[in-house]
Design a protein around this ligand. Structure first.
Ligand SMILES: Cc1cc2nc3c(=O)[nH]c(=O)nc-3n(C[C@H](O)[C@H](O)[C@H](O)COP(=O)(O)OP(=O)(O)OC[C@H]3O[C@@H](n4cnc5c(N)ncnc54)[C@H](O)[C@@H]3O)c2cc1C
Length: 430
């Protein structure tokens, strides 16, 4: 990898997401050599992926070059590479561009979509965990309408204009709300020769309420917002299959659609060599102690979505969200320095700053420890928080200007098919 030997111990971090970047920043001026490896050369702000998928933001405004974040840090090296294996006995990381030895290894590889072993759904559905996937979805949504214009078959046209979203967590709810706004504000103008009143947005949830990680108050309010926008919500329903044409469910209900978005689960991104059964807990996450140390490995740590720290307060690990990831990254930075200085380590304590979701213009729900609120004020808070956590002044400005423009003009101008997504439209012909 062409990284010089150093007299300082080497910390190899895999993953430049919220957790990996927070850790690297914390180690920036310490006596360690930091090597950050990521398969992308950018940090992606995942909470705004749904806006890329629905043409509200350009992908560049929610991505930021990792090299730029860490450019002023001495002893810092970035390598664009996919990590393929960890050799724990030799303290070695194997990647597609070569190998690197570590003194300390930190797994910050995040999470990926969990299909719970259903390969049919995995093959035929759309996911929204990365910028390329969001661009695929954006293209598919727009291609569907272009295709709907060309067919004289009613059932085919309806299927092309039927969007089925599985999973009513923040991702599913935000996507459903955005699609409903597009239906109302944009489609009638863009496609005057198409009966866009027939567009359907179906949101399916296996449990008995949407946004189940939030308060009942937030769930009920969000449900009301979505129904007001015309989203059809299906609760206590489990999707069992999707052959690219028909969605089947455990209740017997089925949906003809060209687009199934799977937002119903995530699991940790594992790497060969650290995938033994005893190291993993529910959802493929690495079992860690309160210092984020991977069980049985003194010099290997895991932080963020891929780490599962089971405590009394969080028996299933902390939520797979940005806040725990950032807080663990910062805390591990302090602990690694303490470890090198032979000082005692501090156990991680999660400070829950609350959670929020937006449904659309002037509509959001916010849960804080002692204060829950919904509606316009919640929407402003949602926007402020997302702008605050976006990395880069330019990105904040671009997103802010886009939001103001979209708000004033009722528009989403990034509805572009830059990179067509190849869906086989012949599927409705048989
Ligand atoms: C659509 C969506 C909406 C979300 N909305 C919210 C929200 O509103 N609020 C909230 O708090 N959280 C939200 N989240 C969750 C939040 O984004 C994650 O919890 C957070 O990104 C976790 O940070 P992380 O550093 O653990 O992982 P990530 O940010 O996922 O970073 C992992 C990094 O590891 C890299 N990587 C993985 N495997 C390899 C490999 N083998 N080799 C090299 N590099 C690798 C990836 O490229 C990536 O850069 C959302 C997530 C999604 C997908």
């Amino acid at each position: 990898m062409n990284i010089p030997q150093s007299s300082f111990p080497r910390v190899v971090i895999i993953g430049g997401g919220f957790a990996g970047i927070a850790l690297a920043k914390k180690l920036s001026k310490k006596e360690v050599q930091v090597v950050l490896i990521d398969k992308h050369n950018y940090h992606a702000f995942q909470p705004l992926l749904y806006q890329v998928s629905t043409g509200g933001l350009e992908p560049d405004s929610i991505a930021y070059p990792i090299r730029k974040i860490l450019k002023d840090f001495p002893n810092f090296f970035f390598r664009l590479a996919k990590v393929e294996e960890i050799r724990t006995e030799g303290h070695l990381v194997l990647t597609n561009i070569g190998n690197i030895a570590y003194d300390y290894l930190v797994m910050a590889t995040g999470a990926e979509t969990n299909y719970y072993g259903n390969t049919e759904i995995e093959t035929n559905s759309m996911a929204m965990k990365s910028i390329p996937q969001s661009l695929n979805l954006r293209s598919l949504i727009l291609e569907n309408f272009e295709q709907a214009l060309l067919t004289d078959q009613y059932h085919e046209r309806d299927a092309l204009m039927n969007f089925v979203i599985v999973g009513a967590g923040p991702t599913g709810v935000e996507l459903a709300g955005a699609l409903a706004e597009i239906k109302k504000g944009i489609l009638p103008k863009d496609y005057p020769d198409l009966d866009t009143r027939r567009v359907q947005i179906n949101l399916i949830q296996s449990g008995d309420r949407i946004l189940k990680e939030m308060s009942v108050q937030a769930s009920e309010k969000a449900e009301g917002f979505l129904e007001g926008l015309g989203v059809q919500i299906w609760k206590n329903m489990r999707v069992t299959g999707f052959n690219g044409k028909t969605v089947t469910t455990n209740t017997g209900e089925s949906f003809e659609t060209a687009t199934l978005v799977w937002a119903a689960g995530v699991k940790g991104v594992g790497v060969k060599g650290l995938d033994a059964k005893e190291l993993l807990v529910g959802g493929n996450r690495l079992k860690v102690n309160t210092y984020n140390q991977v069980i049985g490995h003194n010099n290997i740590f895991a932080i963020g979505d891929v780490a599962c720290m089971q405590t009394k307060e969080a028996p299933n690990g902390h939520p797979m969200m940005a806040q725990p990831a950032m807080q663990q990254g910062k805390q591990l930075g302090e602990n690694l320095v303490a470890l090198l200085e032979n000082k005692p380590l501090k156990p991680f304590r999660y400070k829950d700053k609350g959670s929020m979701a937006t449904v659309g213009r002037n509509k959001a729900v916010v849960d804080m420890e002692n204060f829950k609120f919904q509606g316009v004020f919640a929407w402003y808070v949602w926007m402020f928080v997302h702008l605050f956590f976006l990395i880069g002044f330019r990105n904040r400005m671009v997103v802010f200007v886009n939001w103001v423009y979209n708000y004033v003009r009722f528009d989403r101008e990034a509805r572009l098919i830059i990179r067509p997504f190849n869906k086989d439209y012949k599927m409705f012909k048989d």
